[in-house]
Design a protein around this ligand. Structure first.
Ligand code: ADP
Length: 234
């Protein structure tokens, strides 16, 4: 059977969706096991379950990236805007990353500049994916015991998110390629074998779909800062 481009993309999306369901169910069951919902577990059992959970979460992120790529191929660039509580969204991302944060003994801080952050018009699912890719990288590319700072600022004009880490940084000669599809830095590949090189490419396309900007500052071996700035729609 020969499939045309549209059919291939639909098949690809369906396969990714089908993969995500069992991965999410697995995540929930593993979390319940860890929390002792099915009875006490030993230290050895806990260590193994935590490792499986980490791999499961990495696969969920990869499937999300693939789903997003398929959507872009369909030219469904339109965004579904609703009023979003960005503070809550970032808190849920940090909570999702909790396993890695604890395992790597990362000190993570979330700083909000305003006392009360107003809700803003965004595509909730897409922005979640963009910010998650940035926070996930900060944790992934920071050695054990390091630090990650996330800050959020919303004023009348813009929403600004900054993610700063004390990690491996980005070599000067690789900076120009960072947002390219499938690009992975040499130092990143050495540190972290799991990765698709799609996260930043996707984050950039999402931020640009919101008419925003994404950029970074970094020094190798000293850490990185990633910035997202999105104009507020009223
Ligand atoms: P992946 O993390 O799967 O490799 P990304 O598209 O998310 O793919 O990132 C592309 C590359 O950018 C990474 O491989 C790494 O070289 C670099 N990078 C991204 N975030 C960071 C960071 N916080 N610190 C150091 N390098 C980073």
């Amino acid at each position: 059977m020969k499939l045309n481009k549209e059919e291939k993309i639909s098949f690809f999306s369906l396969a990714a969706h089908q993969l995500k369901k069992p991965l999410s169910t697995m995540k929930l069951s593993l979390q319940m096991l860890l929390e002792g919902d099915f009875g006490q577990i030993s230290k050895e059992q806990k260590d193994i379950i935590e490792k499986i959970l980490q791999r499961d979460e990495a696969l969920i992120c990869l499937v999300d990236d693939l789903l997003h790529m398929a959507q872009n191929q369909k030219n469904q660039k339109d965004i579904n805007l609703t009023l979003v509580d960005v503070e809550g969204l970032i808190e849920s991302i940090i909570n999702f990353e909790k396993g890695d944060i604890i395992n790597k003994k990362i000190q993570i801080d979330f700083v909000k500049s305003n006392q009360e952050i107003p809700k803003v018009m965004l595509d909730k699912e897409k922005i979640y994916l963009a910010i998650q890719n940035i926070i996930d990288n900060a944790i992934k590319y920071t050695p054990d015991g390091g630090r990650v700072n996330v800050s959020l600022r919303v004023d009348k004009k813009n929403l600004e998110v900054k993610v700063e880490d004390s990690g491996i940084g980005i070599p000067e000669n690789q900076k120009k390629n960072l947002f390219s599809q499938f690009f992975r830095g040499d130092n990143a590949v050495k540190t972290q074998t799991v990765g698709s090189g799609l996260g930043l490419f996707i984050a950039k396309s999402i931020v640009e779909d919101h008419k925003g900007k994404i950029w970074f500052e970094s020094k190798e071996n000293q850490g990185s800062k990633f910035f997202i700035k999105i104009p507020i729609r009223h």
